[in-house]
Ligand binder design. Structure first.
Ligand code: SAM
Length: 249
């Protein structure tokens, strides 16, 4: 393989796919799908619909199964080691798949590859391990942008910073004064552990998808309805993706 595209496809709404992404998809011979076992049915369908509409009819899809990931970790250092080991094993599988492929390859990435996605780190590892190819990154609309647009908000106060973090880090660090905090990858409703009466939350699930759900308000007033709604949605669909912004008023 001589060229690889890493293509951001937006965070759920197929109309978020950019013209640049569509042009790249049309040039690809082989699409690599990583970790299909963990990808939920709707997400797989979004990708399949994109390929049906924009890819060359002769394209191939190569699925690369995810190596199993150790889930029990007792510290932040342990967590990083586990993730690094998982990335290394994923990169080995990817390198072998690249070596076996001619022409132009692509990996489609949910949202944008720059935000909580390991694809670019894996691609760098494959290059370091000796497989030779050029690669190009095509940006996509992130779930952070989708959340801001759905709630019609700016992510930060005028001239102030925005902090992007995970549910796990929010539980450890809370929300700093003077900072807006955007939380992703939170399977545990970590906002319920915050007590500040001055906190406001803008929450969104399945953004850009038919089941998009939004709740916004003072944290202490709306947190129980978010937890309840989240449980109902997850029970009905079998999976959920949500993201939220917290800010002190
Ligand atoms: C592995 S990260 C991938 C983020 C992605 N690269 C992006 O640019 O948005 C997955 C997290 O993104 C957020 N997310 C992605 N798509 C979403 C959507 N359509 N609605 C709500 N949250 C979403 C959730 O917090 C989810 O846990």
């Amino acid at each position: 393989m001589r060229r690889l595209y890493v293509i951001g496809i937006g965070a759920g709404d197929p109309r978020q796919v950019t013209v640049q992404a569509i042009e790249a998809i049309g040039r690809v011979d082989t699409f690599f799908v990583i970790g299909k076992g963990e990808v939920k049915r709707e997400l797989t369908e979004v990708r399949a619909a994109l390929l049906a509409e924009y890819a060359d009819p002769g394209h191939r899809v190569v699925e690369i199964a995810d190596p199993p990931r150790e889930r029990t970790v007792d510290s932040a250092g342990g967590y990083r080691d586990v993730v690094a080991d998982w990335h290394r094993r994923r990169a080995e599988l990817l390198g072998r798949a690249f070596d076996d492929t001619d022409g132009v390859g692509a990996i489609l990435v949910w949202g944008d590859p720059s935000l909580y996605d390991s694809t670019l780190r894996m691609v760098e590892r494959v290059l370091e391990a000796g497989t030779r190819f050029d690669y190009t990154v095509i940006p996509g609309v992130t779930s952070a942008q989708s959340l801001a647009a759905a709630h019609r908000i700016v992510l930060h106060e005028i001239g102030e910073p925005v902090h992007i973090t995970t549910g796990r880090r929010l539980r450890e660090e809370g929300v700093a004064a003077g900072e807006s905090t955007l939380v992703m990858l939170d399977g545990e409703c970590s906002f319920t552990q915050l007590t500040g009466a001055d906190l406001h939350i803008w929450w969104g699930a399945y953004l850009g998808m038919p089941d998009e759900t939004l709740i916004e308000g003072p944290l202490l007033a709306v947190r129980d309805s978010i937890v309840r709604r989240r449980d109902e949605l997850r029970a009905a669909k079998g999976w959920i993706m949500d993201i939220y912004l917290l800010r002190r008023s």
